[in-house]
Structures are given as structure tokens and as C-alpha cells.
Design a binder for this molecule. Structure first.
Ligand code: FAD
Ligand code: SIN
Length: 516
């Protein structure tokens, strides 16, 4: 068995950035299930948040983040995020990320629920692509080994300590084990749970399933963020129309051409993401339509083509000239707030196992992520993982923090006789309809039973699709059961049968394998 100091699973921003820092302290192997640049990171549009503007401060960034998180942010983690943001941006600039500038200074835009312009971007709306390409180039030039087309399938643990990972080369079908001192999961999200998603195909909840099966704590899974505005064109998979489009003056209109957001909230078009997504859903229902519109036709042509070149081109290629026509949009699944429960050094509840990026739950997002905080989170906490593992930090931090966490049991569900045939499309449809933006007990219970039955009858996975399906079923169970347990509405979790939030629910729901 080959042995490394660090094995890092995933090659998005969290994996690549951690690898670049970790190489200074030991040997590193990156394992990734597609090619190096297959990830959600490269699709990020709006940008990365940091309080570097003249009138801004980490304190304001803190307040906005905590307000969006709706009572469930870990304030210590948020403080770290906002205080270490400017330093992280400087490091990205040093690595060569070409942030856009205006009059010689880094340009900043606004996104929903940020109290002032705070979002750095690159290539207009191609921030993620620039970050991914820059980090990928650096990893290659430093000759950090990257094992592509390799699927992590099992975490190896002995006496409560992680010592390696099993990996499937799905082209040959052969498995190999890699030993390590530190295993960092940077496997991204789980958008593929839902029929409509902005996420790439790789987002199948693998990290959650790997960590859960190894015995780690998983938390906040009921909080899944839906982006309000994905392009809604027949036959075209949802493509993000960045929140920054509204930040630069884009206006939401219903199918009759009327503005409607002020009918739902005084925050209007730039209300928090969960509020806008639900308002759009209500407006679509009210007007009997499958979409609303974003209108940018009043903006100068130059603003549209230089700030949003990628969106402009994509729409044009699909027959829509957004400088002249309204953009049809509808909500789509976007970001998993929950994940592998970590402390502020990225440590999970298992010794030697770390999590970074979207698969981790550091506690910074609470019940609803503030836009553009996730790229930042990956960089800030990636650095902290390396600081901790390289021995720079000798603090005795408890393995997991965010207090007020309550461990719950996953409901034992009886095996049903009649369930729909198991396939990815049915799983995605069920989640979209019953575990989506608006949920209720009846629909959630139905999905919980179907998932439990599927899970019991699932043959042992052998190839990439069967591993991914199995991971999605497990991740879906964790989302659905948590959504059932939380009998209130908070942040991105909205229950029709419990539309209010309650102070007794101001705690985190945690699952481990022993909750089964
Ligand atoms: P990813 O970038 O998704 O990378 C995950 C990696 O893990 C991939 O390389 C994948 O192949 C690998 N992997 C997964 N499972 C396995 C396995 N079993 N074995 C081996 N490898 C595995 N956030 C912002 O802050 N600002 C934005 O403007 C923004 N815009 C967004 C736009 C879109 C369209 C989307 C989808 C998301 C956006 N987000 C944005 C969210 C943000 O992009 C992601 O949260 C972030 O990029 C996640 O980075 P990551 O490194 O954790 O995961
Ligand atoms: C967007 O550009 O709207 C996405 C930003 C984010 O998800 O953080």
C-alpha cells in the first residue's frame, strides 16, 4: 500500500487549495473521480466574498452572514471566516487568480443579503473557472500527484483513527488502497439529489456517505439551498443566472411583466436567497406559470457583455438575446449547507479525518448560506486544516464544536412492498417534489419510506454509477429524515405544516451511524 502524509479526495477549490498548502509539510496525493477540473467550483459565477471595500468591515460581513444563517451559525466559525477573508484573497491573488479591477482597485459587486458591495469576481461571471484553472495549473507545475478517474469508495479506520482510503479505478474495475496520516474529504455537494439543479454531475454526496459509513458525525442536512434564478428554457439543463445580475440592477418580473418581489418582502429583489426562491415559487403558482423573468434590457449593453459575458454568450447560443429579451428563470437546487460536522480546524469526529468545502459543515452557513461565502470558506478552512495538521497549532480544540447539537435517530422505516422502481430520475423527481423548497410531513414520510426500502434492497455497488446512486440514497435519507425531525421553518428549510420558527429548535440535528 502506497503511503502519503496527506490524501485529499476532490479537486475543486477545497481540494486543490489544501493540496498546495499541504505539500509544504509532507507528501500529498489528490484523488478525484473525473478529470482534475470536473467540479462545481468551475461553474461559480458571482464571486467570492471579503470585506475589503472602503466602507466595509469584517464586523458587517459577520452580521450579514449570521443574519442569513437564521439563528444557527456557529459564531466562532463565522468570526474566523470574516477575519481571515482578506488574507485569503491576498493568497489567491499571489497564486495568480486574476480578479477584475476597476480604476486600479479590485472591483466589488453586490449579491443578495450583503449590506454593501463585497463580492470579488474574475472574468466578469467566470470566477470559479479562473480559480479552478489557476489552482490546477499550480498543482500541475508543482508536480503534485493527481489520480484522475478514481472514485474513493471507503475510508479505512482502525481503533478510531483513519489510516487510509480505498479507491476504485472505474475504467479497469480494480481497487487500490492508499495509506495516509491525514485524509481530507473535499468532495463537494449533492445537487444531483434533485431533478433541477445548478450542480455538476459529480455532486452526488459521496463525502457525506463515506464519512457517515466510517462513523463520522453528519449535521444540518435539512438545510439545502435552492438558487432562485436558474435559466428555464425547454430542453436546456438549468444554467445559473447569477445573483450578481440582480446585484447590478437586474429586475425580477412575473409572466405579466410586473415586478412582484416587493409584494413578498421589503428587501425586494435582493432579499435572502431562501425568501426569493419561495416568493418566485408562490408567484409562479399565482400566475399559473413555470417561470418568472429577470429583466436586464434597461442596463447598458456594455455592462451586460462585460460583467456577464458567460451568461450573455450561453443565452445567445440558446437563441436568447438578453440585451433585448427577458430571461426566463426558475429556482433550482444549488448548495448543501449541512455536511460532515467539523470544528474550526476542519477536524471531523474521527481522528485523522478532515473535511473542507461544501461537504463540510463548519457552522459558518447555519440554516442559509450567504451568497459567495462558500468559495471563501473552502480557502479559509483549507488553510486551517493544514495549519493544524502541520503542527503549527497546538491548541487542544474539541474535535467538533458548534454547540447546541442534538443527536437524533434515523427513523427505522418498515420495508414497503410497493415502491417505485429505483433509478436516478425517480430519486431526483421525488426529492424535487417532496423534499424541495417547500416540504410537509406527508411527502417527507413517503420519501423516507421509499429511500429506506431502496437502501435495504440495494445490491453492493460495483461501478461508479452504482456507488453514486447508493451515496445519493444515503444522503437523501439524511436530508429527508432531518427535514422530518425539524418541526419548524428556519432558513432554507420550509415546512407547510410548521411555517413558523421556534426557539426550542435553535439547535443542530446530528446523525451518526449509531443513529441507525
Ligand atoms: P467541488 O468544486 O464540487 O469539487 C468536488 C470534487 O470532489 C470534484 O473534483 C469531484 O470530482 C470530487 N469527488 C467527489 N466525490 C468523489 C469521490 N467519491 N472520489 C473522488 N473524487 C470525488 N459559491 C461561491 O462562493 N460563489 C459563487 O459565485 C458560487 N457560484 C456557484 C455557481 C454554481 C453554478 C454552483 C453549482 C455553485 C456555486 N457556488 C458558489 C458554490 C461553490 O461553487 C461550491 O460550494 C464550491 O465550489 C465547492 O467547492 P468544493 O471544492 O468543496 O467542491
Ligand atoms: C451566484 O452567482 O448567484 C451564485 C453565488 C453563490 O452561490 O454563492
Amino acid at each position: 500500500m502506497k503511503h502519503y502524509d496527506y490524501v485529499i479526495v476532490g479537486s475543486g477549490i477545497a481540494g486543490l487549495y489544501s493540496a498546495l498548502l499541504a505539500r509544504e509539510h509532507g507528501s500529498v496525493l489528490i484523488i478525484t473521480k473525473g478529470s482534475i477540473d470536473e467540479c462545481n467550483t468551475k461553474y461559480a459565477q458571482g464571486g467570492i466574498a471579503a470585506a475589503i471595500g472602503r466602507n466595509d468591515s469584517p464586523e458587517l460581513h459577520f452580521k450579514d452572514t449570521v443574519a442569513a444563517g437564521d439563528g444557527l451559525c456557529d459564531e466562532e466559525a463565522v468570526r474566523i471566516l470574516v477575519d481571515e477573508a482578506a488574507g485569503s484573497i491576498a493568497e489567491l491573488v499571489n497564486l495568480g487568480v486574476p480578479f477584475d479591477t476597476l480604476d486600479g482597485e479590485i472591483a466589488l459587486t453586490r449579491e443578495a443579503a450583503h449590506s454593501l458591495p463585497r463580492i470579488l469576481h474574475a472574468g466578469g461571471d467566470a470566477t470559479g473557472e479562473h480559480i479552478e484553472v489557476t489552482l490546477g495549473k499550480r498543482v500541475r507545475s508543482l508536480k503534485i500527484p493527481v489520480l484522475e478517474d478514481s472514485l474513493a469508495t471507503e475510508i479505512m479506520v482502525e481503533n478510531g483513527i483513519v489510516y487510509g482510503v480505498r479507491v476504485l479505478d472505474y475504467h479497469t474495475g480494480s481497487s487500490e488502497e492508499f495509506g495516509c496520516r491525514f485524509l481530507i474529504l473535499a468532495t463537494g455537494g449533492a445537487g444531483q439529489l434533485f431533478k433541477l439543479t445548478t450542480n455538476s454531475d459529480i455532486a452526488t454526496g459521496d463525502g457525506i456517505a463515506l464519512a457517515f459509513n466510517a462513523g463520522a458525525e453528519i449535521t444540518d442536512m435539512e438545510f439545502y439551498q435552492f438558487h432562485p434564478t436558474a435559466l428555464h428554457l425547454p430542453g436546456v439543463t438549468p444554467f445559473l443566472i447569477s445573483e450578481a445580475v440582480r446585484g447590478e440592477g437586474g429586475i425580477l418580473r412575473n409572466v405579466a411583466g410586473n415586478r412582484f418581489m416587493l409584494d413578498y418582502t421589503t428587501d425586494g429583489d435582493l432579499a435572502p436567497r431562501d425568501v426569493v426562491a419561495r416568493s418566485i415559487l408562490f408567484e409562479m403558482e399565482k400566475t399559473g406559470s413555470n417561470n418568472v423573468f429577470i429583466d436586464v434590457t434597461h442596463l447598458p449593453l456594455y455592462t451586460i457583455t462585460t460583467r456577464f459575458p458567460h451568461i450573455y454568450r450561453f443565452c445567445l447560443e440558446h437563441g436568447l438575446d438578453i440585451t433585448k429579451e427577458l430571461i426566463p428563470v426558475a429556482p433550482a437546487a444549488h448548495y448543501m449547507m449541512g455536511g460532515i460536522r467539523t470544528n474550526t480546524w476542519g477536524e471531523s469526529s474521527i481522528a485523522g479525518l478532515f473535511a473542507c468545502g461544501e461537504t463540510a459543515c463548519t457552522g459558518v452557513h447555519g440554516a442559509n448560506r450567504l451568497a459567495s461565502n462558500s468559495l471563501l470558506e473552502a480557502v479559509v478552512f483549507g488553510r486551517r486544516i493544514v495549519e493544524k495538521t502541520s503542527g503549527k497549532v497546538r491548541l487542544n480544540t474539541p474535535i467538533v464544536s458548534h454547540s447546541a447539537a442534538v443527536h437524533h435517530f434515523l427513523n427505522q422505516r418498515p420495508k414497503l412492498k410497493a415502491v417505485p422502481a429505483l433509478n436516478l430520475a425517480t430519486l431526483q423527481q421525488l426529492h424535487w417534489e417532496k423534499v424541495g423548497i417547500i416540504r410537509g410531513k406527508e411527502g417527507l414520510t413517503q420519501v423516507a419510506k421509499v429511500l429506506a426500502t431502496w437502501q435495504k434492497s440495494l445490491p453492493k455497488p460495483t461501478d461508479r454509477p452504482s456507488y453514486e446512486l447508493s451515496n445519493l440514497i444515503l444522503t437523501g435519507r439524511l436530508v429527508t429524515e432531518a427535514a422530518l425531525i425539524r418541526e419548524e421553518s428556519r432558513g432554507a428549510h420550509f415546512r407547510t405544516d410548521f411555517p413558523q420558527s421556534f426557539s426550542q429548535w435553535q439547535h443542530h440535528i446530528v446523525f451518526t451511524k449509531s443513529s441507525l
